[in-house]
Design a protein around this ligand. Sequence first.
Ligand code: PLP
Ligand code: TYF
Length: 389
Amino acid sequence: GIADLEPVVSDSLLALIGLIAADPRTDKIDVGVGVFRDGAGTTPIPASVKEAERRLVANQETKAYLGGWGDRGFTAALRPIVLGGHAGDARIAGVQTPGGCGALFLATRLIKLARPEARVLVGTPTWPNHPPLLKGAGLETVEYRHYDFEARRIDFEALRRAAEQANVGDVLLLHGCCHNPTGADLGEEQWREVAAIASERRLTPLIDLAYQGFGRGLDEDAYGVRVMLDACDEVLIAQSCDKNFGVYRDRVGSMWLKTGSEQATANAMAHVLQIAREAWSMPPDHGAATARIVLEDSGLRQQWLGEVAAMRDRINAVRRRIADSDPRLAYIANEFGMFSMMPLSKAQVVGLREKHGIYMADSGRFNVVGMADADIDRFCAAVVEALDG
Ligand code: PLP
Ligand code: TYF
């Protein structure tokens, strides 16, 4: 019965939020959960988003249901940002979702529905929410090593081998950019190579695009998406606006599907809407409507592009400073996005918490921009001390 359920082993990232809150020290440093913070250490609502929200509240005349697709203007405005030169391809359709998680939910359930025997190739380590999502969908997974912990870079050979050994119809789960937790992204040539294998072996790429704009640039970060769309007839994209619009709790995202024909896509999307109906029926509106207003207004859009660039610039500047603090951390400058793994044991990670009030995940994953500018030197000194100790 309900009273006899086993206790849940909670997501350690989310558990960390509780640990940090319980620490009474005023100088603690939270590099745990992945939210962007500016130089002052706060997670601001971008000014373009704040203004769009004002307009939304002032002008919205009804909150009557929009239907399972959500705000069609939102997906239309997002289309060129995600798909680039493929935006005009009628074989690609997108639906609004509650965040990237909602998009991953739809994509994985669709795979299970269409090809129950398909296996999903997952590079390790990956975002801790990926395995439960895949398990929840009932999909079998095949793990390969994404990250070489000794060399501190992507283990591209392992990815290539896994893709070459996959069965026709298997799914390649790939982080579009800003790999979480390692920051180790594929380069352009590597994307092209994987796309060629996926095309030849008829694999379906499922690209998780949660941090577009936080790595090399808004367009550059979608390079992998575009190359896969060039090469493959069947592609799934789980997209999130929560980070690049700074609307995390509003749950804004989209799921995109490409098949070999417009008709097959339309048919499959009807199934996708059915899957959504069983989970949330219709996606929440506020954040998506806000993002639409930003994208449709040329002034707000320009302002938002600048705000995304500023977030990206801070990420890369802090990476540089950490990398420059010790040769053992130099690799951090070669990675992208908010996350990186410190070469620390769990005992060293716990030591940093106890001695310095520095909170990173047990794995050594830390949020590069979790700390304020004023805390960077202290953070680096404590990490270097732990590495020496
Ligand atoms: N995918 C990855 C790799 C993430 O890090 C996140 C972060 O939360 C998501 C998907 C889902 O994001 P959302 O908060 O939009 O559901
Ligand atoms: O990896 C992170 O920190 C973010 C936030 O179940 C997050 O992606 C973490 C865990 C989770 C949902 C979001």
